[in-house]
Design a protein around this ligand. Structure first.
Ligand code: UT7
Length: 324
């Protein structure tokens, strides 16, 4: 028997405060036109003062549990992807575990920045197929507004806050490509390129939180090729081809990266879930937010093949192929 990690439920949470592009023009030499044309972003949500990553993660998790019809104490593990944790330690996942009263779950954070949710899904899949867990709650949650340099127009207009979550459950599959659930995963990292996207502070170096620094154009140049390559590897591992993809659910960094990758994979934009115009780049939260939006809007049918892909700081990148 082959065990497959099947998506049972999806949920999300976005902070109340919406920040339109226009708001940045009050303090910076920028424009709504530039931001829309170069990125596709129109607005984003920012967490309220005092609203934390765990606050958002808990709300997204509750929505996912409700969608799955699963109680918190039926969860065996919580994996939370974030680069903006509440505290240095304990992990944000354990804070969420306490708030959900998920008494039977072990919990840990995964830090792979924008690729965090892909890495977390890969870990959840490994726990499920190896029999170490039967139900795993996987969350992506970020408060990037807390690490932005609001005097740097090249970065501060790009990011937003939010959280998304999925409940994965072990299910018996046949081992064929027709199984529902995660069919293949591909993960990559190249730490020699850390200067392309990093935060200039940390516990053991500066003792500060730091702010985000990015060499946008250099990262842009690599993104489409690396994403198409990891997608191809994951598809081949799944025993599928480009023509089998029903939906791309990409990390939401830039509409030009999203459309360039879709083009390489031979899919029209009608088959790509795009949320970044309303949410900006929410790092590890962007894929589960897009999944939740896709489900809420009736995009996915049972049996559809979804390709999830992301790249970000590290560099770290990867893809997951799953059948809905
Ligand atoms: O989530 C992790 C993954 N993230 C990514 O993959 C991001 C990848 N990079 C990108 O999405 C794009 O490189 C950006 C959106 C960050 C930048 O777009 P770009 O088309 O690469 O612009 P650029 O950085 O080459 O800048 C072009 C011009 C520059 O002015 P000059 O030197 O030509 O006079 C910038 O100073 O646009 C200027 N500029 C802006 N102008 C108005 C940069 N930011 C802004 C701004 N408003 N906010």
């Amino acid at each position: 028997m082959t065990v497959r990690a099947v998506v049972r439920g999806v949920g999300h949470y976005l902070p109340e405060r919406v920040v339109e592009n226009e708001e940045f023009t009050r303090t910076l030499d920028t424009s709504d036109e530039w931001i829309r044309a170069r990125t596709g972003i129109e607005r984003r949500h920012f967490a309220a003062r005092g609203e934390t990553t765990s606050d958002m993660a808990t709300r997204a998790a509750r929505n996912a549990l409700g969608d799955a019809g699963v109680k918190a104490d039926e969860i065996d593990a919580i994996i939370l992807a974030t680069a903006t944790p509440d505290l240095t330690f304990p992990s944000t996942a354990t804070i969420v575990q306490a708030r959900l009263e998920a008494r039977n779950a072990f919990a840990f954070d995964v830090q792979a920045v924008c690729a965090g949710f892909i890495y977390a899904l890969a870990n959840a899949n490994a726990l499920l197929v190896s029999g170490q867990a039967r139900r795993v709650l996987v969350i992506g949650a970020e408060t990037f507004s807390r690490i932005l340099d609001f005097s740097d127009r090249a970065t501060c207009v790009l990011f937003g806050d939010g959280a998304g979550a999925v409940v994965l459950e072990a299910d018996a599959g046949s081992g064929s490509t027709q199984d529902r659930g995660i069919l293949a995963v591909d993960l990559n990292a190249d730490g020699s390129q850390r200067d392309l996207l990093y935060v200039d502070g940390g516990v053991s170096s500066t003792g500060t939180v730091g702010v985000l620094k990015m060499l946008g154009p250099e990262l842009f140049k690599q993104a489409v090729n690396k994403l198409a390559e990891t997608a191809g590897t994951a598809l081949a591992r799944a025993g599928l081809q480009q023509g089998d993809i029903d939906w791309i659910v990409p990390h939401q960094a830039n509409i030009r990266i999203i459309s360039g990758t879709a083009k390489k994979l031979g899919l029209p934009m009608e088959r790509v879930i795009v949320t970044l115009h309303d949410q900006g780049n929410t790092s590890a939260a962007s894929i589960p937010l897009a999944l939740s939006w896709g489900k809420e809007n009736g995009k996915f049918s049972r049996g559809d093949v979804l390709l999830l892909e992301a790249i970000g700081g590290g560099l770290a990148w990867g893809a997951v192929v799953l059948r809905w």
